[in-house]
Design a protein around this ligand. Structure first.
Ligand SMILES: [Ca+2]
Length: 338
């Protein structure tokens, strides 16, 4: 008994230590030295789409002004996208997206949201926030409308990530829950201040941070390891409206190169041949059973730590009491025999 509980306790402690101290590198702070202009979209968007040498193409309802790129206006059934024309050959990168979602719709009467892409194909319109389903690569969804009325455990807007090898469908009716790798809720709509998100991919780790509270600090939204993405894919952003609508604006997309060393074996690999994949500890489908809706997304809160420690302590107390009782019974039995 005691042995089992001690091992339980130590496992719990190891678990707690590993969970409450996530390995977190510094998110690059807009270091212009490492800004890659060929993959960045910035004001005043000179030459976007109009010249043959342009590094960004756009499609659909997208409107490029001098101060924002509007993927959709606040009107029904619109779809728009903007895509980098230059494939990205960086192994480690970080994309900062300055975006704005706003409209006249009242609470819950607006939609559908924005997707940020790193995919094999570009400019392929489709059903997933204005872009194609069964894509190859990475998608980050800023989903502003709750389609799944059974998923009341999470609040919207909801930000989530998905990696696809071309075989998986995004299930709009379930807000992509079955295929999501992680996510978080964030009040990003109709904010007076600027709203940002950052996607970092480095050494197989995907980290998504948000800065939406006007505090000028990044807050972790998603952090998962075991993600494999190739080089040579394209960055893009798309948005869609349905019966409900919003203005979906991109103010900027800035790509930074991360200075990360790789082993010679890693360097010798052909990174363009990597198939997008995630080696999960558990199936993403398990999300459905997770009442928080968070999937390895957030570290344990103080509450959970306290409860776990309390359980461990109770386990030890129960163990001690049972041990004492058994010991006493044995003594009595011994007395009877002798
Ligand atoms: Ca949705």
């Amino acid at each position: 008994y005691l042995k089992c509980h001690i091992s339980f306790l130590s496992t719990t402690l190891i678990f707690l230590v590993s969970r409450s101290c996530p390995v977190r590198g510094d998110i690059t702070d807009g270091n212009t030295e490492h800004l890659k202009r060929e993959h960045s979209l910035m004001k005043p968007y000179q030459g976007v789409g109009s010249s043959p040498s342009s590094q960004w193409d756009f499609w659909g309802s997208t409107l490029v002004t001098s101060s924002y790129v509007r993927l959709t206006p606040d009107e029904k059934s619109k779809q728009g996208s903007i895509w980098n024309t230059v494939p990205c050959h960086l192994k480690d990168w970080e994309m900062h997206v300055h975006f704005k979602v706003h409209g006249s719709g009242k609470k819950n009467l607006h939609g559908d949201g924005i997707a940020v892409w790193y995919t094999k194909d570009r400019l392929h319109p489709g059903s997933v926030f204005g872009s194609q389903d069964q894509f190859l690569g990475l998608a980050l969804f800023v989903d502003t409308f709750r389609n799944d009325l059974h998923g009341m455990d999470r609040s919207f807007p909801y930000i989530s990530a998905m990696v696809n090898n071309g075989s998986v469908n995004y299930d709009h009716g379930k807000d992509g829950r079955a295929s999501e790798l992680g996510g978080c809720s964030a009040e990003i709509r109709n904010r007076e201040h600027d709203t940002y998100l950052a996607i970092r991919y480095s050494r197989g780790r995907l980290t998504v941070m948000i800065d939406v509270e006007d505090k000028n600090e990044w807050k972790e939204c998603i952090d998962i390891g075991g993600v494999r993405l190739p080089t040579g894919y394209f960055f893009g952003a798309s948005a869609a409206t349905g019966d409900l609508s919003d203005n979906h604006d991109i103010i900027s997309m800035k790509l930074y190169q991360l200075m990360v060393e790789h082993t010679p074996e890693e360097e010798n690999l052909d990174w363009t041949k990597i198939e997008p994949s995630v080696s999960l500890l558990k199936s993403p489908k398990d999300n459905i059973d997770d009442p928080t809706g968070n999937f390895r997304g957030t570290p344990l809160t103080g509450w959970k730590v306290f409860l776990l420690l309390l359980c461990a302590l109770l386990g030890i107390v129960v163990c001690a009491v049972v041990g004492a009782v058994v010991f006493q019974k044995r003594q009595e039995r011994n007395k009877r025999f002798y």
